[in-house]
Design a binder for this molecule. Structure first.
Ligand SMILES: Nc1ncnc2c1ncn2[C@@H]1O[C@H](COP(=O)(O)OP(=O)(O)OP(=O)(O)O)[C@@H](O)[C@H]1O
Length: 255
């Protein structure tokens, strides 16, 4: 079943200091099936953040459409946009975005508090998630008392707690050491195997190699996509590296 459909997405920015326009996305087309774990790669400036911002309704496309379960995001009323973002999407960022003055538990529960979920239900949802993520013993701590890897697990728990249709992750391993990255990627694989659809922007070939499919963006379009299939992480990494080389060579020919 198709969860996300992106059709002819275009985003043009008007620059502030000249009349020039930047075409960040020219014609982006792809679909994501329910239960997929998809990575998006591309050189710096290729439009990955722009794409994530539009998918997460933080920014609007210049033209084209994004459908989530067949529903056009552009049709969501302004008054309902934050509700949509909170209930249907989960976010994981490079720098965790946890609130320093809230305990790990309160950080995780925040989206449910904001949508007036009964306390009993909050508690019932919390336990299995923190146990699965291995942070059950840390929920009374504050973010400054735990490691980067543990902070990111708390952020993943916060993303999962609303049972979102889609998790959007922006460089989730960017601030983690290799051990914590590896552990987070395995967690992503686990929650994906349990049915969670994930879309992750990353510069890391190792991170991307944990997903099922990689989309490569260049010059504002999806230039290529490759599937992991039965490949191991190492085999898929090799394939991703080869595809990135083609991308770099293509870019140099254009320069
Ligand atoms: N608000 C803005 N105003 C004008 N131009 C912008 C704006 N945001 C992004 N751009 C331009 O759009 C293009 C795509 O930027 P974007 O941030 O989406 O790339 P990216 O692939 O996420 O890069 P990175 O990997 O470095 O984060 C770039 O040329 C960038 O300079």
């Amino acid at each position: 079943m198709t969860l996300l459909e992106v059709n002819h997405l275009k985003k043009t920015y008007a620059t502030r200091f000249s009349n020039q326009q930047v075409e960040a996305l020219k014609d982006v087309n792809f679909t994501v099936e329910k239960g997929e774990f998809v990575s998006v790669m591309g050189e710096s400036g290729s439009g990955k953040t722009t794409l994530l911002n539009i998918l997460s309704t933080l920014d609007k496309a210049s033209s084209g459409e994004v459908l989530l379960e067949g529903k056009n995001l552009a049709d969501i009323k302004d008054s309902k946009v934050s509700d949509f973002r909170r209930k249907d999407l989960g976010f994981v960022f490079q720098d965790f975005n946890l609130l320093d003055n809230f305990s790990i538990k309160d950080n995780i529960l925040l989206p449910l508090v904001l949508s007036n979920t009964p306390v009993k239900e909050m508690e019932a949802r919390l336990l299995p998630i923190v146990e699965k993520l291995g942070i059950a013993n840390l929920i009374g701590h504050y973010p400054y008392e735990v490691s980067g890897g543990q902070k990111q697990r708390a952020a993943v728990a916060r993303a999962l707690i609303t049972q979102p249709k889609l998790i959007l992750a922006d460089e989730p391993t960017g601030a983690l050491d290799s051990k914590a990255s590896q552990s987070l990627l395995e967690t992503f694989e686990d929650i994906n195997e349990a049915g969670q659809t994930i879309m992750m922007v990353t510069h890391s070939t190792r991170a991307a190699a944990h997903s099922n499919r990689v989309l490569f963006i260049q010059d504002g379009i999806v230039f290529n996509e490759i599937y992991r299939g039965n490949q191991t992480v190492d085999q898929f990494m090799e394939k991703i590296t080869q595809t990135l080389m083609v991308l770099v060579n293509r870019g140099e020919q254009h320069d």
